[in-house]
Design a protein. Structure first.
Length: 321
């Protein structure tokens, strides 16, 4: 095949190819698309001497036979990062700088490109409130780690121990330092790692979703008893639909057209005028996804609960209980 690429590299479903002639691109595309009609490819050509691939941009070099490689900045990038005033541990901010500087360093094919991408990254952090000196300090530490020989000390492996604490500002940092010192002093064989989790915030005071009425609940195991007779005349059931539909829908417990209903039988057989089943007093015993789980949950509650109106003691066999 004359149109075969002389350079071919693939990453997952993206492929980078170099062709000898421009006319070979369409020929090669037609060939690979003809192999399997269910798998079709499209092509992105070099534009203005540049070609984007993954997180990189390949550019034609004037002074070198190899292309210049720089970090790709998407058109949708708005330059938003952690704001420096965000209430998060300082090490999260430092790690963000370190991570993005490492990414630029690994992608850049020359120190000139690294300097240009690093300057662009620095301006992005400054626009998010980061002090210039803070960014320069992290970059200096990064470069020192890259070019300083690492000496691994010979030591006994320590057992890691993870402790999760709420982040409360400088108090959390002070507490973590004290804990690490105490652990290092009294338990030198343990390496304490402290992870901060989000603490209390204003949004914890508000609910994003309105609470559904009890009669709109679905996928539940419920308990209801007669208003006049009390717990002595109780019923346990389940419904995958809403509670209201289970009681008043087709074949519902309290639907007059239902032929067989333990609740209706109790109301017709009992002459007490106050006998009534009010679904607003219904109690939710359990919630499950799927009818099979509901049947197991109902059977467990029937076995362990107290009810007199149920005609069955379980809705599915239980081999353990």
């Amino acid at each position: 095949m004359d149109f075969q690429p002389f350079f071919y590299r693939r990453y997952v479903d993206d492929t980078f190819c170099l062709m000898k002639e421009d006319c070979h691109v369409n020929s090669f595309l037609e060939f690979i698309n003809s192999i399997d009609p269910q798998i079709q490819f499209d092509v992105e050509l070099e534009d203005g001497g540049k070609l984007a691939f993954q997180d990189t941009v390949f550019s034609r070099s004037v002074n070198n036979t190899y292309p210049d490689i720089s970090t790709k900045i998407k058109s949708t990038d708005r330059g938003l990062l952690y704001n420096y005033s965000s209430f998060i541990p300082d090490r999260y901010k430092n790690n963000l700088i370190y991570c993005l500087v490492y990414r630029v360093y690994q992608i850049a094919s020359s120190y000139t490109i690294f300097h240009e991408d690093l300057t662009s990254l620095k301006n992005k952090f400054i626009s998010n409130g980061f002090p210039k000196r803070h960014f320069d300090t992290i970059v200096s530490k990064f470069l020192s780690n890259q070019y300083t020989p690492k000496v691994t000390p010979v030591t006994v492996p320590k057992k890691p121990c993870v402790l999760v604490l709420p982040y409360l500002g400088h108090l959390s940092i002070y507490l973590s330092r004290k804990l690490k010192r105490l652990v290092h002093k009294f338990y030198p064989s343990i390496e304490l790692k402290i992870i901060y989790k989000r603490g209390f915030s204003i949004r914890n005071l508000f609910s994003y979703k309105d609470r559904l009425p009890l009669k709109c609940s679905s996928g539940v195991v419920y308990h209801i008893n007669c208003k006049a007779c009390g717990p002595s005349q109780a019923y346990i059931g389940k419904t995958i639909n809403t509670v209201y539909e289970r009681f008043y829908g087709a074949n519902g417990h309290l639907n007059p057209s239902t032929k067989k209903s333990a609740l209706l039988d109790h109301l017709t057989q009992n002459v007490h005028p106050d006998c009534e089943f009010d679904i607003d007093t219904l109690k939710i015993l359990d919630k499950c996804n799927g009818d099979l789980r509901l049947r197991f949950a109902e059977s467990i509650h029937l076995k362990l609960g107290k009810q007199t109106l149920n005609t069955q003691d379980r809705s599915i066999p239980l081999d353990i209980i």
